[in-house]
Write a protein that binds this ligand. Structure first.
Ligand code: CTP
Length: 402
């Protein structure tokens, strides 16, 4: 499956471009998100409209007509993908890639990325056999560009030979293999908490907070992408359940703790939830307004889920990770919190007004562990999830994750 994988599909010129449309469909059936770039050559065979209709995303064509460059620049287009697939890959685009030419949107995206690239060549058999093409392929292979096909068979213009693009299902297979090699956490069980908790005041009112759950959900999805068996215990959020993750929906802190304890034993616990520190002594019947009388809420302390998991004795997950939202003395406060809670790592989130984190898309993280501090640049919550998941993979298997 390709759940929550983002594929940038670059369609270059050639009769096999029509098969790229089938490829889009098959990738989406497997849960991938597909964005397409069509070269000028590709547009002689298929239209951006068909690619957009099948992918459910805008299809991109020309570097200089990107009216929404600020909204989705060519750099972001490549960086917000997990894999770039060039299918069909014409002799021309392979030559551009080998030579580092960036004269259109497709070639620019291919040059402006450090993401893995898979090419599915398709061309006339003489072009395929030409030394120039073979030299280009050898250069690309040496740079780590992967290839699927071509196959031998009937070609355009009643010719036949080597140069037929791999069938869409073969390409899907090759893509799944690339991601499977990423399963660095397979066999590991992970527990993630996310979202706010809601603490009832009476049957209709509650105390809550503004946590969106986006960071916790992104971490669960990222761990699942690396093959971990994930259970996400989440308070009420608007986030969809991440694919490939078992989600337990709870409302209160006490329900969250019970759900977490039911997940143990686990190898990894990441507590990203904004758990309410206190709960009210909830009334069993709705509080009624009485003239001149304001109800007093008696608050009681909630269990600390992170600290409970970190001190769970022989049921303690091998790696326990917590979050800290700090506005000042970020690292010192996070170090103190790490010691107090007994967890292994604290991801200190800089929420000072200057960081722009509050209400923003990005998080600025400082990872505090027993050795010291690692400062991460500001990045999207999805990227924080991916970076944390990789860091966890290194913790469990330093060699394999290198
Ligand atoms: N946490 C928890 N259970 C609680 C409270 C917090 O699991 N009842 C976890 C959170 O998921 C997070 C970390 O503990 O991983 C945050 O610690 P907390 O003491 O709540 O600190 P902050 O919210 O960062 O802020 P403050 O220090 O001001 O309380």
């Amino acid at each position: 499956m390709l759940h929550s994988r983002r594929i940038l599909l670059i369609i270059s010129g050639g009769i096999a471009a029509y098969k790229a449309l089938d490829l889009i469909r098959r990738l989406r059936e497997r849960g991938a998100t597909v964005r397409c770039i069509l070269t000028a050559g590709a547009q002689q065979f298929i239209t951006p409209l068909s690619a957009a209709a099948l992918s459910g995303e805008k299809a991109y064509t020309d570097l200089f007509s990107l009216t929404d460059e600020s909204e989705m620049g060519h750099l972001r287009l490549a960086q917000e993908s997990d894999l770039l697939v060039v299918a069909p890959a014409s002799a021309d685009i392979l030559a551009k890639m080998a030579g580092g030419i960036a004269d259109d949107l497709a070639a620019t995206a291919l040059l402006a990325t450090d993401k893995p690239i898979l090419v599915a060549p398709a061309m006339n058999f003489r072009m395929w056999g030409h030394q120039a093409t073979q030299d280009n392929l050898a250069r690309l292979a040496a740079r780590g560009v992967r290839r699927v096909g071509p196959n031998a068979g009937p070609l355009a213009e009643n010719e036949s030979g080597m140069g037929r693009m791999a069938e869409p299902l073969e390409i899907v297979d090759a893509i799944e293999k690339i991601f499977a090699a990423d399963a660095l956490l397979s066999g590991r069980r992970a527990l993630i908490t996310s979202g706010p908790t809601q603490e009832p005041i009476d049957p209709v009112r509650y105390i809550a907070n503004r946590s969106s759950g986006r960071q916790g959900h992104a971490i669960a999805a990222a761990l699942a992408r690396l093959g971990a068996e994930c259970v996400l215990v989440s308070g009420p959020t608007n986030e969809p359940d991440p694919p490939g993750v078992k989600v337990v929906h709870i409302e209160t802190a006490r329900e969250m703790l019970a759900a977490c304890e039911a997940v143990l034993p686990a190898d990894i616990a990441v507590c990203a939830a904004a758990v309410a520190d206190w709960r009210a002594d909830a009334a069993t019947a709705k509080l009624k307004k009485k003239a001149g009388a304001v109800p007093m809420l008696k608050l009681v302390e909630n269990p600390d889920i992170l600290a409970t998991l970190a001190k769970a004795g022989n049921r303690r997950p091998k790696l326990v990770v917590g979050f800290a939202a700090e506005t000042e003395d970020i690292v010192a406060n996070a170090q103190a919190k790490r010691a107090r809670k007994g967890c292994d790592w604290i991801l200190a989130n800089d929420v000072s007004p200057a960081s722009g984190v509050f209400g923003g898309e990005n998080n600025t993280i400082h990872l505090v562990d027993e050795h010291g501090v690692e400062d991460w640049p500001a990045m999207s919550k999805r990227d924080v999830g991916d970076r944390l998941a990789r860091r966890i993979a290194v913790f469990f298997a330093p060699k394999a994750a290198e």
